[in-house]
Design a binder for this molecule. Structure first.
Ligand SMILES: [Zn+2]
Length: 310
């Protein structure tokens, strides 16, 4: 039996027909009507209808960035789409006449990695998606952990620095302000502003403003400032993982998201720092830190599989 997974991103809606082994049989893309969030349900219905043609589809799973309620139907708040209490499941169900499950996108990704990717064979997992911010998903005893109201695993908003950097969520010192792609760029800019002599390669590569791609490229060419920013990000990432290990004791961490494409520049240091700061070190197994395997399609694959298990 087939299900359809849909990943609603800030710029595009990616959808795919997924089989029970997590393989994408067919896929389709639509631009996200970002300025008209009320039309997103129609866009999803449209792409689902296209993909359903001639196939027996059992259910649809929809992943969206935002806070999804515990009944997996209402998006309470979505930073990218200006949704407030959006009854997404009801709207889409009415348009397509199939069962629909709505899930937080990072939860969907974590589930896909747990079932079909880097988490295979491990029952206790924490998946950390490092992109512009940090998303998270937690699998405990083989089950996705959502919390009491569906708001669990917002790992990026653990406070790691009291009175620290202002976060998009309104609080100060959140983890994603220190260990994400945006944090990497911000840290680099600060180093360059104070010690431009350490950033000759980076300054030659970058124009007026330093962006993430340039930091990565400069680090690969040995730029001191860019390497220092990556080292800082690696250490903050490791510290957060160690805090999560203190609470959840997972067997494995999975690091994914856009920034993980530059993993060669930070993952070894993350593992080393993690092992050094882990509480109870020397008296406990050290969880693996692995890279995600499913790439950008993880969200839709996970949403499709969650719909199958609804
Ligand atoms: Zn925050």
């Amino acid at each position: 039996m087939l299900t359809i997974g849909v990943d609603i991103g800030g710029t595009k809606v990616a959808a795919g027909v997924v089989d029970e082994n997590g393989a994408i049989v067919e896929n389709a893309l639509r631009p996200t009507p970002a300025d008209r969030p009320d039309l997103v349900a129609e866009t999803v219905a449209d792409v689902v209808k296209e993909l359903s043609r001639g196939k027996d589809i059992e259910a649809v799973g929809v992943g969206a960035a935002g806070f999804v309620d515990e009944t997996r139907s209402i998006v309470r708040f979505a930073p990218n789409l200006a949704w407030r209490e959006e009854p997404l499941q009801k709207k889409i169900t009415e348009l397509i006449g199939l069962p629909v499950v709505v899930e937080n996108d990072a939860n969907a990704m974590a589930w896909a990695e747990a079932r079909f990717g880097a988490g295979r064979g491990e029952s206790h997992l924490v998946c950390v998606t490092v992109g512009t911010g940090i998303g998270g998903g937690i699998v405990i005893d083989g089950h996705l952990y959502r919390g009491r109201w569906g708001m669990g695993a917002e790992l990026g908003h653990m406070q790691v620095v009291p009175e620290g950097r202002l976060c998009g969520c309104g609080n100060l010192g959140c983890w994603e302000q220190y260990a994400s792609g945006n944090a990497l760029v911000r840290e680099t800019r600060e180093i360059v502003a104070n010690q431009p002599e350490r950033a000759t390669t980076l300054l030659a590569l970058a124009g007026e403003t330093i962006e993430g791609e340039e930091v990565t490229e400069a680090a690969r060419q040995g730029d001191e400032a860019a390497l220092a920013a990556f080292a800082s990000m690696a250490d903050w990432l490791a510290q957060g993982l160690a805090d999560l290990a203190a609470i959840l004791d997972p067997g494995r961490f999975i690091v994914g998201g856009g920034v993980s494409r530059a993993a060669d520049l930070f993952i070894d240091r993350t593992r080393e720092t993690f092992a050094r700061v882990l509480t109870g070190r020397g008296h406990r197994p050290v969880a693996d830190i692995r890279l995600a395997e499913l790439g950008a399609s993880a969200g839709l694959v996970g949403a499709a599989d969650l719909a199958r298990r609804r």
